[in-house]
Design a protein around this ligand. Sequence first.
Ligand code: NAP
Length: 362
Amino acid sequence: MPEGTVHDVVIIGSGPAAWTAAVYAARANLKPVVYEGEPVGTEIPGGQLMLTTDIENFPGFPEGVTGPELMERMKAQAVRYETTVISELVTSVDMSQYPFVITPSYSEPVRALTVIVATGAKAKWLGLPNEMKLAQQGGGVSACAVCDGALMFYRNKLLAVVGGGDTAMEEALYLTKYASEVVIIHRRDKFRASKVMADRVLGHKKVRVIWNSEVTDVHGTDEITAIELTDTVTGEKSNLDVGGLFIAIGHEPNTKFLNGQLDLTSHGYIKVDPWRTSTSVGGVFAAGDVIDDYYRQAITSSGTGCMAALEAERWLAHHGIGESPILETAEGPVEASPEQMEEPPTDRRSVPRPRGGAGVAR
Ligand code: NAP
């Protein structure tokens, strides 16, 4: 068990859910500590919005706002109150101990009475042998047009985008600024993307779509030269010479560091109670894209971040720490029976917990 301060709330993540949770927790005097992550490959603190250009649907910005600016402003708002930001990844959380133990990449483990997991989701890859190799060596394969598309490497070349969702549409439109032509490769004959985004793409003179096709190989030693396409209807194979390949086929939630300690949905997202952010472990809450495979919007992430902070505040108040403005609801307070207590609380930091389980049973 690490020595030192026990934090009321540790927030893991740095997207809209994490910063909104931090703003609410800080304003509730919980002095949140945010582990915002660190740059690893195409993953950077700030989450997926750091890879997004204009956001036109976040309320309060009638002229639109860029993803990075929105994240910067949310972070500044959290820091304006008493939020401590640590630029490290969390490598593990031990939920079998209470207070929970959070282990970051470099610094000492810390303890926390409540944890809010807001680690988002990351891009998926096709899984082809040469795909990752070329992606890792900057050889013309990427999962983030906004990160890489403006590089000289990609200028005035034919660029391929794989996928049929909103991300693929957004990436294709972004790449039209730099490419000679953008070719979207989609495995079906209909986009999954919203109509407005699909129409923008289909009406763009620099974009062409190859329907019913999958990328089944990536050619090139140091740099990509071509991709192999397989027709999903006929099985026929063909090659397309390209100067870059952008994979935009969706995302997977970042939950590996939890090491199976929280219940997940069948799609690997953290399972939370209906209309709540409480997880299978009492005192651990989750918010944002790591719980959401349905809405996946900045505004819904912010909403669940707010909910998580309020629930953490309320949970602490139920266990004798601080006050919650929303204690009185239809749900009664959670109480541990005397025999469940390890020892009576001696100060604000020694919250009782049931024996033999992670956190406090709900
Ligand atoms: P998505 O909606 O899940 O779409 C993924 C696309 O990739 C689908 O078209 C899918 O094909 C295709 N795909 C998946 N695996 C594949 C594989 N192995 N090989 C080839 N193709 C594959 O993911 P997304 O586009 O990242 O969007 C996620 C969510 O974020 C959506 O709710 C979206 O609306 C939202 N979003 C919104 C905006 C915005 O409003 N500006 C921008 C980006 C994303 P099938 O269609 O055949 O399944």
